[in-house]
Design a protein around this ligand. Structure first.
Ligand code: PLP
Length: 383
């Protein structure tokens, strides 16, 4: 079988599992307990926080542990909007964000905030001229993803960070797909907040983080105990936090090595498809793309059926983001790139892991060709 859905989630690396198991066995105390067993658990959290801060060039206290990027994005966006509404009620994001960002902005709109959803070009990239035109004195928050989860497009977040220098607006970046693929240095990026989730870089599911620059004013909504310096109440998930720290360190250490391999795999797969004369077009530009994501348009295909048949053949891929898979809604990302176009419903996302093999890609290309031919017949195309 071939798993090519790494941007939906990655398997957990064996070393990460091992380290987490040790924590489960030995450091089972409540980190808030003051006795030795509690203190041992607290030490693991503190050490993990320092390690993660080191990778991101942040200070340990600027790292807030969460249950994943959905929570990080909610905390950042709602927290910034509520806390700073006395300074203005205008917010900026893009049309191609993950739903854990878009749905929060839609919710805020219902509460009287005004939101500008920036368009993208046909490669999925936000234009700085559009951003400059949208920025206003009463803008209080800008939230832009680093790399897109459906097409891999990389946004100019460094330029946007520069442009926001000296402006009152807080800058939040959803960097979920970028971890392990582009270096993330929060100081260099000039961000105020940045979201990550561990299961996209061979860590466990259900744990993530929000970097919050020291001095950034946001409102926190989860009340209770005084965990996470009163920013997020609730007993910490010590093994998962440890797992995230191990996975992020490994991802950063191996970044260049993995990117080289992923680029090879991508090129190999494109070549395999070309050799088999499957007609396709890439959605996006591979020179401005995360190394592990590729989104292809197969003209006249029935993608729903193709995905089902690929699944039966042991090939696991997605159309659009995993959250919208299973519904026949066109992808909002492809719609932002191409408007109303058949390709918004006739595209497949392939996302690669460094441990994949050329043999697997050959098998995937073979199955794709076979299934495409069948699908094509079904939709009455004989070209
Ligand atoms: N942001 C992006 C770009 C994503 O790809 C995802 C996961 O699909 C998320 C946020 C949400 O992450 P999680 O489901 O771990 O909360």
């Amino acid at each position: 079988q071939v798993y090519a859905d790494y941007s939906a989630t990655t398997p957990v690396a064996p070393r990460v599992i091992e380290e987490m198991m040790t924590v489960y066995h030995t450091a089972y105390g409540n980190p808030s307990s003051i006795h030795k067993i509690g203190r041992e658990a607290r030490q693991i959290i503190d050490q993990s926080r320092r390690q993660i801060a080191g990778v991101l060039n942040a200070r340990p206290k600027e790292i807030l542990f969460t249950s994943g990027a959905t929570e990080s994005n909610n905390t950042a966006i709602k927290g910034a909007a509520y806390k700073n509404q006395h300074l203005g009620r205008h917010l900026i994001t893009t049309q191609v964000e993950h739903h854990s960002v878009l749905h929060v902005f839609e919710y805020l709109e219902k509460q009287g905030f005004e939101v500008t959803y920036l368009p993208v070009d046909r490669y999925g990239v936000v234009q700085l001229t559009d951003f400059k035109a949208a920025l206003r004195p009463d803008t209080i928050l800008v939230s832009i993803m680093f790399g897109n989860n459906e097409v891999g497009a990389i946004q100019p977040v460094d330029d946007i960070g520069e442009l926001l220098d000296g402006h009152q607006a807080l800058f939040h970046v959803d960097a979920v797909q970028t971890a392990g693929h582009l270096p993330i240095d929060v100081k260099e990026l000039k961000v105020d907040m940045l979201s990550l989730t561990a299961h996209k870089f061979y860590g466990p599911k259900g744990v993530g983080l929000l970097y919050i620059k020291q001095g950034t004013a946001i409102e926190y909504s989860q009340l209770g105990g005084s965990q996470e310096t009163k920013r997020r109440a609730g007993t910490e998930n010590v093994p998962l936090i440890k797992g995230m720290a191990v996975a992020l360190t490994e991802a950063a250490d191996q970044l260049d090595h993995h990117n080289i391999r992923l680029t090879q795999l991508k090129e190999y797969f494109l070549h395999s498809l070309q050799q088999r004369t499957v007609p396709f077009e890439m959605n996006g530009d591979k020179n401005m793309q995360l190394a592990h994501i590729m989104n292809l348009y197969f003209p006249f295909s029935d993608v729903e059926l193709m995905l089902t048949l690929l699944d039966m053949a042991g090939v696991y891929v997605s159309s659009g983001s995993a959250c919208t898979a299973g519904s026949i809604e066109p992808s909002h990302v492809l719609t932002a790139m191409f408007g109303e176009d058949p390709r918004t419903k006739q595209s497949i996302r392939f996302s690669f892991g460094h441990e994949m093999t050329e043999e697997q890609l050959d098998y995937m290309a073979d199955q794709l060709l076979k299934i495409y031919e069948m699908t094509k017949e079904r939709s009455g195309y004989n070209g």
